[in-house]
Design a protein around this ligand. Structure first.
Ligand SMILES: NC(=O)C1=CN([C@@H]2O[C@H](COP(=O)(O)OP(=O)(O)OC[C@H]3O[C@@H](n4cnc5c(N)ncnc54)[C@H](OP(=O)(O)O)[C@@H]3O)[C@@H](O)[C@H]2O)C=CC1
Ligand SMILES: CC(=O)[C@@H](O)[C@H](O)COP(=O)(O)O
Ligand SMILES: [Mn+2]
Length: 382
């Protein structure tokens, strides 16, 4: 029986993780769950999965939860709650909260010797070196949930990593694929949230529309697979059937294909190194799959992808700035305080203004994240 804690159980990845677990009730025990605002859903999850402990945003939410519950469960609160919950007895922590909120709980869970199933890519974007050094020191498994990185992990299996010549990350291109800057000036929040292939949380969906999601995934791949950024390519593949590829020194390319369903990479991370069938998964039917197409990303229009490569090359706290500026710019866009194209402009401006710190400590990262966000908020929140 694997004991599991899910951070962000009420989100898109969190709910799908619980769906996967329902398929193998005899293999997994849910020890802890966390929500932020969605107490109604957390209450239902507590009734169904019977965790020992949960964490919520604050005391108000905890009181709301107590009113909803008729069973005994320990309730933790705030960012401290997320840090404390990962100390409970468990084998695996699924990190499915969004943004930098995942950083300290992930670091704490690794320090406690727990394996991690990582959906939250922001943790590696903001503090990749620190997290991976700790993974090595503690000798834990950090398993990717992100579909592209799960694909790469599968394409690497049984091969010599020294013989890899390139990682090729696929990108859907998002809802604005084929558009030019001029077309994007007045796009609405709803248009940006209309992802062609995946149903995900709002923040990652906007990141997909700007192509920052792919930039983050390049950084995530560098840390997960210990490969330099000039060997990580992005190709737009609008069908999202090939989830990523690995090219080897003999010119062979190995790809992982599946329908666009996050329950597939989630089950792979939970059951690794084996695989399992999940009820309700659609299998690919190649007699119906008419086309697999590819095109170069338009870096002129979708500047965020170039900014991510640039930040990665500079290193240090520059990727922290990339992440922090993106987090707040996306939130400003979702709240209709800025236009879509300003997301990239704000990130670029923040990177230009930053005095980079090479080899930052965790405290440096947390301070830079805070400073960048405060500066942007002051300028754009009216
Ligand atoms: N969705 C997907 O298909 C994919 C997602 N990812 C990554 O996985 C992570 C989660 O994404 P997704 O599930 O889509 O996001 P959602 O917005 O759907 O879910 C986010 C979860 O985190 C909780 N949460 C939000 N803010 C905070 C906070 N400040 N502190 C603590 N908990 C918080 C939410 O709680 P509540 O709802 O209760 O308010 C919810 O449980 C992201 O990092 C994303 O990039 C990666 C690949 C694919
Ligand atoms: C499902 C998943 O892993 C997302 O990160 C997905 O890749 C987003 O699609 P884009 O390729 O449009 O960024
Ligand atoms: Mn992805």
């Amino acid at each position: 029986m694997k004991k599991i804690i899910i951070l962000g159980s009420t989100g898109s990845i969190g709910t799908q993780t619980l769906e996967v677990i329902k398929n193998f009730k005899e293999n997994f025990e849910i020890v802890g769950l966390t929500a932020y605002n969605n107490i109604e859903l957390l209450s239902k999850q507590i009734k169904e999965f019977n965790p020992k402990v949960v964490a919520v945003k604050d005391e108000d939410k905890a009181n709301q939860l107590r009113e909803n519950l008729n069973k005994n469960v320990e309730i933790l609160t705030g960012s401290k709650g997320l840090q404390e919950i990962v100390k409970y007895d468990a084998d695996l922590v699924v990190v499915a909260v969004e943004g930098i909120a995942g950083l300290i709980p992930t670091v704490t869970a690794i320090q406690m010797g727990k394996d991690i199933a990582l959906a939250n890519k922001e943790v590696l974007v903001t503090a990749g070196q620190i997290v991976m050094d700790l993974v090595k020191k503690k000798d834990i498994s950090l398993l990717p949930v992100d579909s592209e990185h799960s694909a790469i992990l599968q394409c690497l299996r049984g091969n010599d990593t020294k013989q890899v010549s390139r990682l090729i990350l696929t990108a859907s291109g998002g809802p604005f694929r084929g558009k030019k800057k001029e077309d994007l000036r007045k796009v609405t929040v709803n248009e940006a949230l209309n992802h062609p292939n995946w149903k995900m949380g709002k923040k990652i969906t906007i990141d997909s529309a700007t192509l920052m999601n792919k930039g983050f995934e390049v950084i995530e791949a560098k840390w997960l697979f210990d490969i330099s950024e000039d060997k990580i390519d992005v190709i737009v593949h609008p069908q999202s059937i090939i989830h990523s590829m690995v090219e080897y020194i003999d010119g062979s390319v190995i790809a992982q294909l599946a329908t666009a369903d996050m329950r597939i990479p989630i089950q792979y991370a939970l059951n690794y190194p084996t695989r399992n069938y999940i009820n309700g998964i659609n299998f690919l039917d190649f007699s119906l799959t008419t086309q697999l197409t590819f095109e170069k990303p338009d870096l002129e229009t979708f500047k965020c992808l170039s900014l991510a490569y640039e930040a990665l090359k500079i290193g240090g706290t520059m990727t922290t700035v990339l992440n922090a500026a993106d987090e707040i710019a996306v939130s400003l866009f979702l709240n209709k305080k800025i236009e879509f194209l300003q997301i990239a402009e704000i990130i670029e401006e923040s990177m230009k203004e930053h005095n980079n710190i090479q080899n930052p400590t965790l405290d440096d990262i947390i301070n830079v994240d805070k400073e960048v966000k405060e500066k942007i908020a002051k300028k754009y929140m009216r």
